[in-house]
Ligand binder design. Structure first.
Ligand code: NAD
Length: 492
C-alpha cells in the first residue's frame, strides 16, 4: 500500500524526511514560480540549512500567478507543501529526500491581497523568482520592458487588483515604502545573463509607469543581486511518479526529479540579510559574471553544439549524443579551443574538472533530457551563448572552426528536413522566417548568416565564413556524422 505524503504521515515514510520541526519554521522568503527548478534548487538549499538547525526564519512561501499554477496549489494543499526530490544517478540509483522548506503556498488569482500583504510583512526579507525568461516581459529586439503587454496594461489601471508578478511585487514595495519599512531584496534565479540587472530593469520600468516617484525609490532602495544557477531539472513525467510509488511506496502528487549536480553562485547584495547559504555549498561572491560566462559558454553553448548535429545524426536523447565518442571529442574540442580562451579567470573553479563533469552530466542516461528541448528557441540562444565566443575569438585572431560548425548545423537543421527526408519540427518564435531563409541556402550558401538582426556582420568575416561554408557544404553532401569525422580528423 502507498503512504500519502503529508505532515501526519511523515513518521511512516521509508525515505528521508525533515528532521527539523516544521511548525517552528517561519516565512522569510516569498517565491514566484514554484516549478521543477525552484524545488530542485533553492528550496533544496534551504532544506539543507534547516536540517542543520539554521535558517528556520527563512521558510518559503510559494506563489503561483498563472492560471495553470492551480495544479501546484492543489498538490501543495493536499501535502502540507511537502514534496519528494529525487536525484537520479547515472548508475541507476535514485536518492529521495522529502523537502520541508516550503511552508506556505498562495495562489494569486484566489487572493491577490494575501500575496501582497505577505510581501509587505516585515518578516519577508527576500522575494525570489523563477518565472522563466518570458516572465521578464522584455522585447527581444529592443531589450526594453514591454509596456504594451495587455496583462501589464491591466495591472497599471488605477485601482486594479494586481495579477502579474510586476503588479503584485510593486504594490507590496509601495506599501512598505508608505509604512516606512525597508524594501525586501528581489532575487532572480532565472537562466538569464545578468538576471539581477534584468530584474532591476523590468521592475523599475513597471514602477516608473505606475508612479515615477515610486520608480526612483525602487531604483535607489531595492537590491537585485545577480546569480548563476545550475541543475538540469527535466519536467516530472507520469513514469517518474509511478516509479517513485513503486520504489519508495510513496504517493506524491508532484515529485521533482533532477541530476545530482548542483551549483549556485550568488552576489552578496541583500539589504535585509540572507540565509547563511555558504554553509551548504552556495558560492557567495562579489561578482557573478565570470561564473555566468563560464556556464553560458561551456554548458549552454555545448548544449547547442550537440543538439543540431546530434539530431541530424539520428539521436533524440541528450545522453545518446554525449556518450558517442566522436561527439564527446567534438564537445571537448569546442570547449578547450574556443569556449575556454574567451573566459576571464573564474575564481575557485578548476575548468578542467568542470568540463569533464559537463560531458559526464550530459551523458547521464537516467535524466533522459531530450535533444528537441535543446533545439527549441535557437534564435534566443545562439546569439546569447555562442556568437559572443565567435566574435571574441575573431577579434583575437583565433580559430572559430568548431563554433562555425555549430552555426552551420543550426542552419542545416533550420531547413526543416532531416537527412532521411523526414520533416523536422522547428520550434522557434522565428521558425517561419528561418526556415524560409534556410530553404535558399543550397544556391545562396551565406543566406542564413546574412540575417543581420541575428548575426550582425558575421557574414563579412572570412575567419568565420570559410569554416562555416565548408561545414555547411559537407552537411549537405555527406551528412552530420561524416562531417564531424573529417572535422575531428578521423574520417576519410
Ligand atoms: P516550470 O515550468 O516547472 O516552472 C515555471 C514556473 O514559472 C511555473 O510556476 C509558471 O507558472 C511560472 N511562470 C511562467 N511564466 C510566468 C509569468 N509570466 N509570470 C509568473 N510566473 C510565470 O519550469 P522550471 O523547470 O522550474 O524552470 C523555470 C526557470 O528556471 C527556467 O525558465 C530557467 O530560467 C530556470 N532554470 C531552469 C533549469 C532547469 O533545468 N529546469 C536550470 C536552470 C535554471
Amino acid at each position: 500500500a502507498l503512504t500519502h505524503l503529508d505532515s501526519a504521515h511523515l513518521g511512516e515514510l521509508g525515505v528521508p524526511v525533515p528532521r527539523y520541526d516544521r511548525s517552528a519554521v517561519t516565512t522569510g522568503i516569498v517565491h514566484f514560480g514554484v516549478g521543477g527548478f525552484h524545488r530542485a534548487h533553492q528550496a533544496m538549499y534551504l532544506d539543507r540549512l534547516m536540517e542543520q538547525g539554521l535558517a528556520l526564519d527563512w521558510g518559503i512561501c510559494g506563489v503561483g500567478v498563472m492560471p495553470s499554477d492551480a495544479r501546484m496549489r492543489d498538490a501543495m494543499a493536499a501535502q502540507d507543501c511537502l514534496y519528494t526530490l529525487v536525484l537520479k544517478d547515472p548508475d541507476g540509483s535514485w536518492t529521495p529526500k522529502v523537502v520541508g522548506s516550503v511552508v506556505e503556498y498562495l495562489f494569486a488569482p484566489d487572493d491577490a491581497e494575501a500575496v501582497v500583504e505577505k510581501m509587505a510583512d516585515p518578516a519577508t526579507r527576500v522575494v525570489s523568482l523563477t518565472v522563466t525568461e518570458g516572465g521578464y516581459n522584455f522585447s527581444p529586439v529592443t531589450g526594453e520592458f514591454d509596456a504594451e503587454n495587455p496583462a501589464v496594461v491591466a495591472d497599471l489601471r488605477p485601482g486594479a487588483v494586481p495579477a502579474t508578478v510586476f503588479g503584485l511585487v510593486t504594490e507590496a514595495l509601495a506599501r512598505r515604502r508608505d509604512r516606512g519599512q525597508a524594501p525586501f531584496t528581489v532575487m532572480s534565479c532565472d537562466n538569464i545573463p545578468g538576471n539581477g540587472h534584468m530584474a532591476q530593469q523590468v521592475f523599475s520600468a513597471f514602477a516608473d509607469l505606475r508612479d515615477p516617484e515610486l520608480g526612483r525609490w525602487v531604483r535607489a532602495e531595492v537590491s537585485f543581486p545577480n546569480s548563476m544557477v545550475d541543475r538540469i531539472t527535466p519536467v516530472t513525467t507520469d513514469d517518474d511518479k509511478a516509479q517513485i510509488a513503486e520504489r519508495f511506496g510513496l504517493d506524491d502528487a508532484w515529485p521533482v526529479v533532477c541530476e545530482p549536480f548542483t551549483q549556485w553562485v550568488l552576489e552578496d547584495r541583500f539589504t535585509q540579510g540572507r540565509p547563511p547559504l555558504e554553509e551548504v555549498g552556495v558560492q557567495v561572491v562579489d561578482d557573478v559574471e565570470p561564473y555566468e560566462l563560464m556556464k553560458l559558454r561551456l554548458l549552454n553553448a555545448s548544449h547547442q553544439a550537440l543538439c543540431y548535429l546530434g539530431y541530424l545524426a539520428g539521436f533524440r536523447l541528450v545522453h545518446e549524443v554525449a556518450q558517442d565518442p566522436l561527439f564527446a571529442r567534438f564537445l571537448r574540442a569546442y570547449m578547450d579551443d574556443e569556449g575556454t580562451p574567451t573566459l576571464p579567470p573564474v575564481p575557485g573553479m578548476d575548468l578542467e574538472v568542470y568540463k569533464s563533469e559537463l560531458i559526464a552530466r550530459f551523458s547521464n542516461d537516467a535524466v533522459r533530457d531530450t535533444v528537441a528541448r535543446l533545439c527549441a528557441e535557437s534564435s534566443d540562444r545562439i546569439p546569447k551563448w555562442l556568437l559572443p565566443v565567435i566574435r571574441t575569438n575573431l577579434a583575437a585572431g583565433r580559430s572559430t572552426r568548431y563554433a562555425a560548425a555549430v552555426v552551420a548545423s543550426w542552419a542545416r537543421y533550420a531547413e526543416g528536413v532531416d537527412e532521411q527526408g523526414e520533416p523536422i519540427e522547428v520550434v522557434d518564435r522565428l521558425a517561419e522566417e528561418l526556415t524560409g531563409i534556410a530553404a535558399r541556402q543550397q544556391e545562396e550558401p551565406l543566406a542564413f548568416v546574412a540575417n543581420r538582426r541575428l548575426f550582425g556582420d558575421l557574414a563579412d568575416e572570412p575567419g568565420f565564413t570559410e569554416p562555416y561554408l565548408a561545414v555547411l557544404g559537407s552537411l549537405h553532401e555527406r551528412g552530420a556524422r561524416a562531417t564531424l569525422e573529417s572535422l575531428m580528423g578521423t574520417g576519410s
